[in-house]
Design a protein around this ligand. Structure first.
Ligand code: PMP
Length: 395
């Protein structure tokens, strides 16, 4: 027995359980159409909501930054110093989100990991109140913190209230929730969460990864959508989805952000975002500040696609967002749909199955973008009609 034989066994086990992920190789930029294994396919599974990942102005900004600043940040900012570009992006993000300040991280994952673990520590008189369907990066942030957590049921404000009541004597109570739930496209009931937080003097931390560039005025996110700017303490965002680049951030009160710069581990122990990525993100924020045309186009496309699919008889759950879960329920059927969409209809769309979602709720998750044309989306609707009939799913 070799000392790494267990890895082979684990991989075999994953394959047996149908949990082994095959990663497709793209030979083109992100966009509405991409080339996968030499084949041109319609891309329906990217978070590039506004089509900014290959936007000419953003590419130019990145190239200019390479010429001026090079490709690397050198080290962590507390050691190598911070580039003016990082400061500029933080200021631009804070202004865009109508908050006092923002702190950059290398990814959305690191933003949650760093901020959440810094806000409450093991041994402190406090507790996280975490929504049942929160993203893995929130869960990992709480794990890194080591502080106790209480899970409240998905969208269930009675349950949150009950759990706040049970913990009302704790000094720090931190409610952490995704703003948009990424597998269903449903929204956290933020106004009710904020009311409860105020009643129990709890901190509110919202992960706005999918709200960014999609919800609110000019895509300012879920807090702007509900007009709760002064009542949500922390807004985490990612630069990798609607902004089309990479990186993450947390926006909030100035002192609290300063505290995160002193305490958040990925900020202190991992090198800063690369200059071209920062410059690209600055250009993305500027595009959104200037115009909401892309956000409007995204919503127009979303309504068109979702109406077309609902008219065919598909159940799209409770989505209030471009995330479009086409419910097929059966795991094998969802896998078959994904495979046949790719092979027979040239559509790249991911099947989402257990354990990512509960057994019996398998689906194809479609993500329209502002870069798709109506003709593109009509191809998707027609493919779902055809395949739905061929498989007997649509009567
Ligand atoms: N939060 C949520 C809700 C997400 O969907 C994601 C991305 N999958 C992240 C955080 C992490 O963001 P990033 O990809 O920028 O690390």
């Amino acid at each position: 027995m070799g000392k790494l034989d267990w890895i082979k066994e684990e991989l075999e086990e994953l394959k047996k359980k149908g949990l082994y992920v095959t990663i497709r190789v793209l030979q083109s930029a992100q966009g509405p159409w991409i080339v996968v294994n030499g084949k041109r396919v319609l891309n329906m599974c990217s978070n590039n909501y506004l089509g900014l990942a290959a936007h000419p102005k953003i590419k130019e900004a990145a190239i200019r930054a390479i010429l001026d600043y090079g490709v690397g940040a050198g080290a962590v900012r507390t050691i190598a110093g911070t580039m003016e570009l990082h400061v500029e992006l933080e200021e631009k993000l804070a202004k865009f989100k109508k908050r006092e300040a923002a702190i950059l991280f290398q990814s959305g994952y690191n933003a949650n990991l760093g901020a959440i673990s810094a806000l409450l520590k093991k041994g402190e008189d406090g507790v996280f109140l975490s929504e049942e369907l929160n993203h893995a990066s929130i869960i990992d942030g709480m794990r890194l913190s080591g502080a106790p957590k209480v899970i409240y049921k998905h969208l269930d404000m009675e349950d949150l209230k009950k759990k706040l009541e049970e913990n009302k004597d704790k000094k720090k109570k931190i409610i952490v929730t995704d703003g948009v739930f990424s597998m269903d496209g449903d929204l956290a009931p933020l106004p009710e969460i904020v009311e409860l937080a105020e009643q129990y003097d709890a901190i509110v931390y919202v992960d706005d990864a999918h709200g960014e560039g999609v919800l609110g005025d000019h895509g300012r996110g879920i807090v702007d959508h509900f007009k709760l700017h002064d009542r949500v303490d922390f807004e985490m965002g990612t630069l990798s989805k609607a902004f089309g680049v990479i990186g993450g951030y947390v926006a909030g009160p100035e002192e609290a952000i300063e505290y995160l710069k002193q305490r958040a581990r990925p900020f202190l122990f991992s090198s800063a975002m690369n200059p071209p990525d920062v410059a690209a993100a600055i250009a993305a924020v500027e595009i959104l500040q200037k115009s909401d045309d892309l956000v409007k186009k995204l919503w127009d496309n979303t309504h068109y696609l979702q109406k077309g699919l609902r008219d065919l008889g598909y159940d799209l759950g409770n989505t209030k967002h471009p995330i479009t879960p086409v419910m097929l329920y059966d795991e094998k059927l969802a896998q078959e749909f994904s495979r046949r969409l790719f092979e027979e209809y040239n559509i790249f769309a991911q099947a989402i199955v257990y354990p990512t979602v509960p057994l019996g709720t398998a689906r194809i998750r479609l993500e329209p973008s502002a870069a798709h044309s109506k003709e593109d989306l009509k191809l998707v609707i027609d493919a779902f009609e055809d395949l739905g009939k061929k498989t007997g799913f649509l009567k």
